[in-house]
Write a protein that binds this ligand. Structure first.
Ligand code: PGA
Length: 251
């Protein structure tokens, strides 16, 4: 049985002070929600402060990115070794990184491998652009993203996949529950083809893209959807809490 996951991707938002305030507002209530993994992914600079705040609670921590080298002359980058011990999860291959920082499938693959090497759990993002969706190319695009991201990875058991159609991210135009469920079903079939049916059945696949307190249940209740990667709504304590509670209640 797959435990649902609600992960908050704060993106490039919150100062350290704001991060501490946001977590303080939801810590007690979030901690109470059971049967669901709750993950906060603040900016790098706030990971330490948030880690202190959530000590002893059931809230887990994730980073939003990493570099694939362990150390060296890569000014400005954060290595997997720096994240080890600080957080449990790391978002990899978010469409904003692919779009603004030219992350290719090859780079995403190196990052997933680097994370797995030191037992960081990747949240691997895939998703199609609007024009690809309209041209009926969603499955082709996603199959290729999955293939290239997972090359050479023998066991993806600790990988979570987030299906985030790019046209739904930050636009207020979420997919419908049915659309998301169909594509996530396709992702599961693709994982079964790349690995085994058993692996496909145990891997968690989230939906992301304009998820909020009003539409969360529509996604979480779908048979193939194991939770949500939440952007904008994760910056509002009441919204994020509500989404987590909905996931907890559906279980
Ligand atoms: P959104 O972002 O919820 O603001 O659409 C989701 C994401 O990019 O992970």
């Amino acid at each position: 049985m797959r435990i649902p996951m609600i992960a908050g991707n704060w993106k490039m938002n919150t100062t350290i002070g704001e991060a501490v305030k946001l977590v303080s507002e939801m810590r007690t209530e979030l901690d109470k929600a059971d049967n669901v993994d709750k993950i906060a992914c603040p900016p790098f600079v706030s990971l330490g402060a948030v880690k202190e705040l959530i000590k002893g609670s059931s809230i887990k921590l994730g980073a939003q990115n990493l570099y694939f080298e362990e150390k060296g002359a890569y000014t400005g980058e954060i290595s997997p070794l720096m994240l080890a011990g600080l957080c449990e999860f790391v978002i990899i291959g978010h469409s904003e990184r692919r779009q603004y920082f030219n992350e290719t499938g090859e780079i995403v693959n190196k990052k997933v491998k680097a994370a797995l090497k030191i037992n960081l759990k990747p949240i691997l993002c895939v998703g199609e652009r609007l024009e690809e969706n309209e041209a009926g190319r969603t499955e082709l695009v996603i199959a290729e993203q999955l293939r290239s991201s997972l090359i050479g990875i023998a066991s993806p058991d600790s990988v979570t996949i987030a299906y985030e159609p790019i046209w739904a991210i930050g636009t207020g135009r979420a997919a419908t529950g049915r659309q998301a469920n169909e594509t996530i079903c396709f992702i599961r079939q693709s994982i079964a083809r790349l690995y085994t049916e058993e692996v496909a059945q145990q891997i968690r696949i989230l939906y992301g893209g304009s998820v909020n307190a009003d539409n969360a249940t529509e996604f979480i209740k779908q048979s193939e959807i194991d939770g949500a990667l939440v952007g904008g709504a994760s910056l509002k304590a009441a919204q994020f809490l509500s989404i987590v509670k909905q996931a907890s209640e559906i279980m």
